[in-house]
Design a protein around this ligand. Structure first.
Ligand SMILES: NC(=O)c1ccc[n+]([C@@H]2O[C@H](COP(=O)([O-])OP(=O)(O)OC[C@H]3O[C@@H](n4cnc5c(N)ncnc54)[C@H](OP(=O)(O)O)[C@@H]3O)[C@@H](O)[C@H]2O)c1
Length: 324
């Protein structure tokens, strides 16, 4: 294998690249012939350092590093962006918004006062991408990791998303639902709703970048959403009961039609690497195939409301205008 020390010419950031899907995606990008400098953006420094060591050993690409990013803290997101932009790294060509959590044990709030699932899965990435936008060098790509669970038609067994407005998701206690649901169902619904938010963001940002001329056919900055399919065994079930975790880790992976992080990680990395996708933007991919996302995900009014409210919640001063 080639030692790629000092010959990288582009940088990718993968959030949550220390494990699961993000790790495999980072690994595929690091081994690609395109010579990427890979930054895994992670909340746990010790785990991140171990992952970097393993990635370097497995890929022989020495240009892999970790940077601290806790998506549950807007201060941490801002610090990450500040530190990243003063580094003299190869041009930033891709951001993969992969990290996520699912909490089935009750409502928790971040230090900023937002419901944690919405804050980590959506708001943190929303702020991160917006802070990095002007540092992306085209051709560049942004990928938001969603899930088929955002789409009730897919019958994934997860509760359908419930999107009314972003403030309700940020502060659910201010307007509790009339219908009584179990804590676990509420948590899973928050997760599927956050995955719908990822698709709203994908389509809205893609529209804005094109309308403002930041993304053109010659110099595209593309934005796409990705569904890895069900990949049992990952850390996503960390708040499940011991029995559910046992089934998730040992039973489900041997069932037919399951995906592995390795295969789905390759499919995710393809959205960053494949030259054929250079100008493809505002699309949803399931594994290696382009697909149709849920009917609701194409609702431009909701996408616009999510975008504008999110900008207000994270106190973003510079926002790309809406094309409409
Ligand atoms: N597994 C599935 O069946 C499935 C299906 C559809 C979609 N997905 C999506 O695939 C993506 C990857 O999930 P996975 O299955 O690989 O799960 P995973 O193994 O739990 O990986 C999630 C990653 O997100 C990181 N993370 C969590 N909270 C964070 C925070 N506050 N700040 C920064 N990073 C944070 C985790 O860090 P730590 O290691 O420190 O916890 C971990 O690196 C997610 O977007 C998920 O929604 C998964």
């Amino acid at each position: 294998m080639t030692n790629k020390a000092n010959i990288t010419d582009k940088t990718v950031i993968v959030t949550g690249g220390n494990t699961g899907l993000g790790y495999e995606c980072a690994k595929t990008i690091a081994t690609s012939k395109d010579n990427w400098h890979v930054v895994i953006a992670c909340r746990n420094n010790k785990n991140a350092r171990q992952a970097v060591k393993k990635l370097i050993a497995e890929t022989s690409n020495e240009q892999i590093e970790e940077m601290t990013l806790d998506l549950a803290s807007l201060t941490s997101v801002r610090n990450f962006a500040k530190k990243f932009v003063v580094r003299e790294l190869p041009p930033l060509r891709a951001v993969v918004c992969n990290a996520a959590i699912q909490i089935v044990t009750g409502t928790t709030y971040t230090e900023d006062g937002f419901e944690t699932t919405f804050a980590v899965n959506h708001l943190g990435h929303f702020l991160l991408v917006n802070l990095l936008l002007k540092h992306l060098v085209s051709p560049a790509r942004i990928v938001f990791v969603s899930s088929d669970a955002h789409d009730p038609e897919q019958k994934t067994g997860m509760p359908a998303p419930n999107y009314h407005d972003a403030k309700f998701l940020a502060w659910p206690d201010k307007d509790p639902p009339a219908k009584k649901e179990s804590i676990a169902t509420i948590g899973r619904r928050r997760y599927t709703t956050s995955k719908l938010c990822k698709i709203f963001c994908t389509y809205e940002l893609s529209r804005r970048l094109q309308a403002e001329g930041h993304s053109t056919q010659q110099n595209p900055i593309t934005v796409n959403a990705f569904n890895p399919g069900l990949m049992p065994g990952t850390g996503l079930a960390r708040t499940y009961s011991p029995l559910e975790r046992f089934v998730w880790s040992y039973i489900m992976p041997i069932l037919p039609n399951m995906n592995t992080t390795r295969t789905s990680g390759k499919a995710l990395a393809r959205l960053v690497l494949d030259p054929e996708l250079k100008g493809v933007s505002g699309k949803y991919f399931t594994g290696f195939k382009e697909a149709i996302s849920s009917q609701e995900s194409y609702n431009q009014k909701k996408a616009l409301e999510l975008w504008e409210t999110s900008a207000e919640l994270v106190k973003l001063t510079r926002v790309i205008p809406n094309p409409g």
